[in-house]
Design a protein around this ligand. Structure first.
Ligand SMILES: Cc1cc2nc3c(=O)[nH]c(=O)nc-3n(C[C@H](O)[C@H](O)[C@H](O)COP(=O)(O)OP(=O)(O)OC[C@H]3O[C@@H](n4cnc5c(N)ncnc54)[C@H](O)[C@@H]3O)c2cc1C
Length: 385
């Protein structure tokens, strides 16, 4: 389908596809098997200016936004969703700075993210604070002319590999979510270390670690935004970043669809390719329709965000919920179309099915986001608003 992309957007999408096919495809199975962080690919993406696409020109970016990010994430995910999330989370880290950072913070950090010299990460989740992110316990107390951070973050993508961490911590414990603030913490800061690396079902080339803060002193100028606004900033940030994760789902589902068509064309049973069976054709037709619908919703949401629209919790939640459910369904059907072969690691679709599951869970579980969508419906006075 034609989505009226600009010449630059088409160029970005094509370049991302080329990198995915030339650099990622040959190593994706090994990266998954070895649970290895894709450093070489991060360098390839950096050299091709892929980290610049979502950053404004004044900070050494190419001036794109959410849609450009989605195009790149989609193309990488079509080949490997694990590599894609390591890339996408760097954008999540930079969105915080772009939206709420001071000019000094932007000048200090964004050019290095744009060049791909430094990866970023975003740390909100803790052992007792997942869906209920307001239950965080990590504290940042004003001491020694700055803030001293204490606590442990869990399940942090790019943990240990990123250089720049956006961390949400309580500056006023008694106020709960209203006492949360946001901070930038650099990797080498004393008192900041990394806990265990998680062993995951899917997206295994991405790293997911604990962040441990023990009397970690950071300067006052590393606070992003005002004290007490950390939680609300985080929620707004997710509204903006969710289409990127939804694009991960679209790319993954597209990859599974293509693999299924190819396999169904060449697999012979009862003397004919299985693609001649109506049962298989209808599965493929449903998969293709789902993928295209998800893509249309994700691009439309990204364009809405890039147009400057503010209240987009409902739309960005819809994009993430719909696209991730599509990815789960399509990858599961892909395994079915491959039959027994689909269950084997020799073929790509079992990895795709494992990779798809996480997209229904992170950046807000699909259950919680359905609540967000329903709450948006309740608040809007008429359905046409
Ligand atoms: C691989 C991976 C990478 C991640 N990366 C990051 C990262 O970079 N940064 C970060 O901060 N976090 C990250 N996370 C955390 C992720 O966002 C959380 O796992 C997610 O928000 C869910 O929280 P939880 O795991 O504690 O599940 P829980 O909140 O314990 O949920 C358990 C179940 O209960 C349901 N549930 C909970 N509350 C409700 C409710 N109110 N209504 C309906 N159902 C509900 C959930 O939907 C789910 O099915 C990552 C997680 C994983 C697994």
């Amino acid at each position: 389908m034609e989505y009226c992309l600009t010449e630059q957007q088409k160029m970005i999408k094509n370049l991302a596809r080329r990198i995915a096919e030339e650099k990622i495809l040959p190593v994706r199975a090994a990266l998954d098997e070895n649970e290895e962080f894709p450093w070489a690919i991060m360098r390839d993406l950096a050299e091709s200016d892929m980290f610049r696409v979502f950053i404004p020109e004044e900070y050494d970016g190419l001036g794109g936004g959410c849609l450009e990010l989605c195009l790149v994430v989609e193309e990488i995910s079509r080949v490997c969703a694990g590599v894609a999330v390591s890339y996408a989370v760097s954008a999540l880290g930079s969105f915080t700075l772009l939206e709420y950072g001071t000019e000094e913070q932007k000048q200090k950090y964004l050019p290095d993210i744009a060049s791909g010299k430094k990866l970023a990460a975003f740390a909100l989740t803790e052992a007792t604070a997942g869906s209920d992110a307001s239950a965080i316990k990590t504290t940042a107390s004003r001491e020694k002319g700055g803030y001293v951070i204490n606590g442990t973050k869990q399940f942090i993508t790019n943990g240990g590999d990123a250089e720049i961490y956006t961390v949400v911590a309580l500056t006023a414990k008694e106020k709960g979510a209203r006492g949360a603030s946001m901070f930038l913490v650099e990797k080498e800061t004393p008192g900041f270390s990394f806990g265990k690396k998680e062993r995951k079902m899917g997206i295994r080339s991405s790293s997911t670690r604990e962040l441990v803060f023990r009397d970690c002193l950071i300067p006052e100028e590393n606070r992003i935004g005002r004290e007490g606004t950390g939680f609300i900033m985080a929620m707004r940030l997710f509204d903006r970043s969710r289409p990127g994760i939804a694009a991960q789902a679209v790319g993954l589902a597209q990859g599974a669809l293509e693999a299924s068509v190819d396999y169904a064309r060449q697999r012979i049973q009862f003397g004919h390719p299985i693609i001649s069976l109506q049962a298989i054709q209808h599965m493929l037709a449903n998969m293709a329709t789902d993928v295209e619908a998800a893509r249309a919703l994700v691009y439309a949401t990204a364009k809405t965000i890039d147009s400057g629209a503010k209240n987009i919790s409902m739309e960005s939640s819809m994009a993430k919920v719909f696209a991730s459910d599509v990815a789960m369904r399509v990858t599961t059907d892909a395994v079915q179309i491959f039959g027994g072969a689909g269950y084997m690691r020799d073929y790509p679709v079992e990895k795709m099915m494992r990779d798809a599951k996480i997209i229904q869970i992170y950046e807000g579980t699909n259950q919680v986001l359905r609540d967000t969508i329903a709450s948006g419906l309740r608040k809007r006075r008429t359905t046409s608003e």
